[in-house]
Design a protein around this ligand. Structure first.
Ligand SMILES: Cc1cc2nc3c(=O)[nH]c(=O)nc-3n(C[C@H](O)[C@H](O)[C@H](O)COP(=O)(O)OP(=O)(O)OC[C@H]3O[C@@H](n4cnc5c(N)ncnc54)[C@H](O)[C@@H]3O)c2cc1C
Length: 439
């Protein structure tokens, strides 16, 4: 039975979260607007506001809702998380206030899945408590979407691993307490078994942040972004710094990406809804050529297309969440890839229309739209480019199909018509077969 209702108790929590985000959290977006601000644990002023807000979230039982009870979360499951994340997606700071900010969520997941007891005590607990932030250092300057091209090396030297090479776009490294670094440990192994994952404390000698690269929605200065271009100069870590087994780097990376993608999609539903709300308000407020914008057909098409796309996207995300909740691990692979592709497209299209409907004001820094618009391309790249996910979808879907049995497609009409004639030969006579059957 399909059921689209939400339990009243949980709806009450969602209502609380919606009001709390609007009144208490959105002001942080304005006071601390830069990309790295939620991750900057050294900023005493933002932390002075953040801590009491996080306490309120904990008191409501809404802290770290992506986690099960064994890791200190309520374990509501993905459908309920999706409904909450829709609200959190309206604000840049909200995921930090609610303990669900990427990339720490994904890093916490792999520490929980693959970490030793000691690694979990040292890194996982403070991460879950929101006391520290972390970095996932995988992409390289010469290779991103294809990990088989990675060359950053790690080799064993006595009681240590030595990591040497470059990484690109390691988000939040400037604020991180530790980095999870993927490096080639066995260059002659099959591609997916070449790499291993290492936990590297940020203060380890040999880590050089060459630049903190900024995306177009962040600061203008070249070195003031949050995505670190890092050189690991023969960085030495103890043998027990490996996360997972030797050669399991690819497997560990895959384990964190699915959740990250679908959580981005859930939050993007919220951001699209906020952009849509703005578009609707504008259409009902602005007059031109004697009527409201809302009465112009072109504006109506913007509204209708955006609403249809938003509702389709939301249903896809909720359905994906439902599959994750109810079916075995991995069953949602195609749906997660679909969410990933749709996130970037729907977000871009709805924000673009919202900017356009606001005219010149839409392009300014006096509304949040321009910044969101500039961040839209990020979602088509981070966690893998759209094209790669389209390929995944096509490959998975095609597994359910077979090649045509002969030279012509199985839907080829001549042999099917012949079969139809035979099937009903006792009713259809020769006269009918002269062409009238097709008429
Ligand atoms: C905001 C943001 C945050 C990020 N944070 C992190 C992070 O914390 N840690 C980290 O390690 N990385 C991070 N990344 C990097 C991200 O994982 C890479 O950008 C992504 O994997 C793509 O790699 P690339 O940028 O090298 O692009 P490339 O791999 O060079 O791809 C560029 C383009 O080539 C085309 N293309 C690539 N592969 C294929 C294919 N198989 N088929 C068809 N076309 C293809 C696509 O058009 C694609 O957009 C982040 C990226 C962004 C934008």
């Amino acid at each position: 039975m399909l059921d689209f209702t939400v339990e009243p108790e949980y709806q009450a929590k969602l209502d609380w979260a919606a009001e709390f985000v609007r009144t208490e959290v959105e002001p942080l977006d304005l006071l601390f607007p830069h990309g790295g601000d939620p991750y900057d644990t050294r900023n005493e002023k933002s932390r002075a506001i953040l801590r009491p807000l996080q306490e309120q979230v904990r008191a409501q039982g809404l802290w770290a809702c992506h986690l099960g009870p064994e890791l200190g979360g309520p374990g509501y499951g993905q459908v309920k998380l999706a409904l909450l994340n829709e609200i959190l997606g309206r604000s840049y700071w909200a995921p930090t206030v609610f303990g669900t900010a990427a990339p720490d969520t994904g890093n916490a997941e792999i520490l929980a899945m693959f970490g030793t007891e000691e690694q979990q005590t040292r890194y996982l607990q403070p991460l879950l408590d929101g006391d520290i932030v972390s970095t996932f250092s995988m992409t390289e300057p010469q290779a991103g979407a294809d990990p088989k091209e990675f060359v950053c090396r790690a080799w064993r030297d006595g009681d240590e691993w030595v990591i040497d090479g470059e990484k690109w776009f390691s988000s939040n490294a400037r604020y991180a307490t530790f980095l999870i670094v993927m490096a080639v440990t066995d260059p002659v192994a099959p591609p997916h078994a070449r790499m291993s994952m290492f936990i590297v404390p940020a203060e380890t000698p040999g880590i050089e942040i060459k630049r903190n690269v900024a995306t177009m929605d962040e600061r203008d200065a070249l070195d003031e972004g949050i995505h670190a271009y890092i050189r690991y100069h023969q960085v030495r870590v103890p043998l027990d710094a490996m996360l997972g087994g030797p050669g399991e780097g690819f497997k560990v990376a895959q384990a964190r990406l699915g959740g990250g993608r679908v959580h981005h999609a859930m939050r993007s539903v919220g951001k699209c809804t906020r952009a849509f709300d703005m578009m609707a308000e504008r259409a009902l407020s602005r007059r031109t050529q004697g009527t409201l914008l809302a009465e112009k057909q072109a504006a109506q098409q913007f509204i209708a297309d955006s609403w249809i796309e938003l509702q389709q996207f939301r249903l896809l995300v909720l359905h994906t969440a439902w599959i994750i909740d109810t079916q075995p691990h991995g069953a949602a692979r195609t749906q997660i890839a679909m969410c990933k592709v749709m996130t970037a497209k729907v977000l871009h299209d709805i924000i673009q229309r919202a900017v356009h409907l606001h005219g010149s004001l839409g392009t300014t820094n006096e509304l949040p739209l321009a910044k969101w618009w500039m961040a839209a391309p990020n979602l088509a790249l981070a966690d893998g480019p759209t094209e790669v996910h389209r390929t995944t979808i096509a490959k998975q879907v095609l597994k359910k199909y077979q090649p045509a049995p002969g030279l012509f497609p199985s839907e080829h009409i001549p042999p099917k018509l012949e079969q139809a004639r035979k099937r009903y030969a006792h009713i259809i006579n020769d006269a009918d077969l002269s062409g009238e059957v097709n008429a």
